[in-house]
Design a protein around this ligand. Structure first.
Ligand SMILES: C[S@@+](CC[C@H](N)C(=O)[O-])C[C@H]1O[C@@H](n2cnc3c(N)ncnc32)[C@H](O)[C@@H]1O
Length: 270
């Protein structure tokens, strides 16, 4: 594979962080996600990944949240084999290859036009690609609205300014007859603290969004109902975390408050 240089804006560049974390996980003797396509893709990119200062904790939580969100997609597709899947802020995540849905599933990968262009150039094409700014309306014109949908937003919420995530959620939930929205949640504190994270600092990102109460999205006017708040500190896959992270995570798991500040998966039906 020829090496290529990504030309991305600040927010878009965060996709390299998650890609790199998945690639590092794939190279471990006992990976959590085992996404070898991400490893292959990252290996072909001419970029100083070292500047992102990715630590083992970020590798483990990124791989684990991706695995849990993949599980949400697989479970939904198993019940609705003709559904629509939206991966919002998909970056260069080859989730469709990991989930390998049946042919009647309509899969839409959505991100800024420059990101979608990179996907089309560097990832094998299986999904529908939509280049759009998710803070703007009009994204749904090309997506069928007569089938149930599972909507994934991984690593997106902190980067959507003001109430744009809420507005987008209302629009999406109104477009489909029924479905699920799943995202990795960030509390307000976690979002605030993000700007001090060495990786986010290295990228120069200064503001991020989050919410504390997992039921807050029920008040967004999108008809969302909380199905599950899953704390990743309590996932069985923590057994695969390296030490001392594993011991620290198990200690954190004893406290709901501390677990909520860490990585969690939120799942809503509409
Ligand atoms: C942390 S990355 C996560 C990428 C991918 N979900 C993953 O897990 O590898 C955040 C992604 O959200 C995208 N994004 C952020 N704001 C967006 C917006 N307003 N419209 C479209 N995409 C957006 C970025 O371009 C980036 O690809």
């Amino acid at each position: 594979m020829a090496r290529w240089q990504p030309k991305l804006g600040l927010v878009q560049e965060t996709l390299l962080l998650t890609l790199h974390a998945r690639a590092l996980d794939a190279k471990l003797p006992s990976p959590i996600l085992g996404d070898t396509l991400s490893a292959e893709l990252a290996g072909a990119i001419d970029y100083d990944f070292g500047r992102l200062k990715v630590k083992p904790s970020l590798v483990a939580t990124t791989a684990l949240r991706a695995r849990k969100l993949d599980d949400v997609v697989r479970a939904f597709v198993a019940v609705h084999p003709e559904c629509v899947v939206l991966d919002l802020g998909c970056g260069l995540d080859p989730r469709m290859f990991r989930c390998d849905p049946p042919p009647n599933v309509g899969w839409y990968d959505i991100d800024f036009p420059e990101v979608v262009k990179l996907r089309s150039e560097h990832l094998p094409s299986r999904s529908h690609l939509i280049g759009a700014d998710l803070t703007e309306s009009g994204l749904l014109d090309d997506i069928p609205g007569d089938r149930p949908a599972v909507i994934i937003a991984e690593g997106l919420l902190p980067f959507m300014p003001g109430d744009s995530f809420r507005r987008m959620t209302r629009e999406l939930a109104g477009h489909f007859p029924s479905g699920e929205l799943a995202l990795n949640g960030y509390t307000r504190f976690a979002a605030w603290a993000m700007k001090y994270h060495p990786t986010i600092k290295a990228l120069g990102i200064k503001a991020a969004q989050g919410f504390d109460d997992p039921r807050e999205p029920e008040s967004w006017g999108a008809g969302l109902e909380l199905v599950e708040e899953q704390f990743l500190t309590r996932a069985p896959e923590v057994a695969l975390f390296p030490q001392p992270l594993r011991a620290l995570t198990r200690l954190t798991a004893r406290s709901t408050g501390l677990s909520r500040q860490g990585a969690r998966i939120l799942r809503y039906r509409f």
